[in-house]
Design a protein around this ligand. Structure first.
Ligand SMILES: O=C(O)CCC(=O)C(=O)O
Length: 444
């Protein structure tokens, strides 16, 4: 696909209200301006200063590994539990959820032609004027610290979002242009709904739970939204970002990306890895609520989208999130003496509100504190003596004075800059990297 060859047209301004319909994944990090699609209608673009990130926010693309072995899972793999343990398919999914929080799936049952048609109507949507009120058009921006103070930096992308449903008729909420948008999207949504059922069942089994456990816990009436992301070619991808690093806040997402154009990246072992498109595959992203429901066994994936010089990129995320009333907390069957709860229970509304409250600051850590099973402020933290011997010398210093409080103060002081707990330890205080599972997860 080449957006540059498309006829470019100006789109009307779209009034947007922040409502429960919005795809929440990015709101916690970003602010948005409601504008017509400008980037899609103006390529090639020049790089104006309001797109340029301060040095500490730049993607540092030279440090991204050139290729990565992101798991590719074939849903046609053998899937019969033999009584000894989970099926090979469930084991592979479970391993990917633990190690990456993200994987590709192939042979997923959604026809290739339907995926292509869906991307094609989505792409046409970027060129149309006709939006229903339910289609939210955003240009996200980030507030960042620059020399002159806090400034807005625009993301090199634009997005639109609307609801979807797999069994109910939601088509009146969809654009009428291009004329086939509603029909194509309704068919896509039906298939993706079936796929979510299957994935949630496989992921539940991977946790040793009943097939329908996660689906039940996410709730009878999940919040279903999609977000389409368009990234035009960028004159200097080192200076900009398509979408900054974030974790999705809901449960799980199925992402379709155009083939042949890279952009999605994930963090693993503190390194950015590319998630290059795999032909006829979807990318599956686990989000925060799965991490909490699984009591930290499965991880919510930290990801971002970078831009590239030559080609426009399009991606479409279908999100399956809890309703605001749904109560989320570690599933009881996953808790025992060896696995105490790492998070407290909360309603999804509470989770989201906390994110909004912390607007522009260190939202995740602040949110995480009451959610986590954390030490007391005066608890001394350091490697347990019984675990130290000649073969295993201490890797971390003991926090001597104010202990856990000291660690928290340090992390907060680094506001906006070095937020990872590992980096805080390495650079500020400790000899080497630290992984404290109970506080690591949301410290990004
Ligand atoms: O474009 C992509 O691949 C990433 C999209 C994304 O992170 C999101 O929609 O939350």
């Amino acid at each position: 696909m080449d957006f540059r060859k498309e006829t470019v047209r100006y789109c009307g301004h779209v009034q947007v209200l922040i409502s429960s319909l919005l795809q929440p994944e990015l709101l916690s990090y970003l602010f948005m301006e409601m504008k017509p699609f400008q980037l899609a209608n103006n390529t090639p673009l020049s790089l104006s200063p309001n797109f340029i990130l301060p040095v500490n926010k730049r993607p540092n693309l030279l440090k991204v590994l050139p290729s990565a072995s992101i798991p590719i899972i074939d849903l046609n793999d053998h899937d019969i539990d033999d009584g000894q343990g989970p099926s090979p398919l469930v084991s592979k999914i479970s391993q990917a959820c633990e190690e990456y929080g993200l994987f590709h799936i192939i042979n997923h049952g959604v026809p290739k032609e339907l995926c292509q048609k869906t991307l094609s109507v989505v792409r046409e949507q970027y060129l149309t004027k006709d939006h229903t009120k339910q289609v939210k058009v955003f240009n996200y921006y980030q507030k960042v610290q620059k020399y002159e103070g806090i400034e807005k930096v625009k993301m090199w992308s634009e997005t639109f979002s609307h609801p979807w449903h797999h069994t109910e008729d939601f088509t009146h909420l969809l654009p009428t242009n291009p004329p086939q948008y509603r029909e194509v999207f309704a068919e896509y949504a039906r298939k993706i709904g079936g796929l979510f059922d299957r994935l949630l069942s496989l992921i539940s089994r991977g946790l040793g739970l009943e097939n329908d456990c996660l689906k039940r816990r996410i709730g009878e009436r999940p919040r279903l939204n999609c977000q389409a992301n368009y990234y035009p070619p960028c004159p200097d991808p080192e200076l900009t970002i398509g979408l900054p690093e974030h974790n999705d806040l809901g449960s799980i997402a199925v992402l379709l990306q155009v083939e042949g154009v890279t952009g999605l990246q994930v963090i693993k072992d503190r390194k950015w890895l590319p998630v290059d498109p795999v032909p006829n595959a979807f990318v599956i992203n686990l989000a925060d609520q799965i991490q909490v429901l699984s009591n930290g066994k499965f991880q919510s994936v930290r990801h971002r989208a970078v831009t590239n010089k030559l080609l426009p990129r399009l991606s479409l995320g279908m999100f399956y999130n809890p309703n605001y009333d749904t109560v989320i907390g570690p599933i009881e069957d996953l808790i025992d003496e060896e696995h105490p709860p790492k998070y407290r229970k909360y309603s999804f509304k509470e989770y989201m509100e906390e994110f909004y409250r912390q607007e522009g600051k260190r939202r995740l850590p602040r949110l995480s504190l009451p959610m986590f099973y954390t030490p007391n402020n005066d608890t001394g933290i350091g490697p347990i003596e019984d675990l130290i011997n000649e073969g295993h010398p201490p890797m971390y210093q003991k926090i001597q004075n104010n202990s856990y409080k000291e660690l928290m103060d340090k992390l907060y002081r680094q506001q906006g800059a070095r937020r990872r707990v590992e980096e805080a330890f390495e650079l500020q205080h400790y000899e080497c990297g630290l992984h404290l599972p109970c506080i690591g997860a949301f410290f990004f």
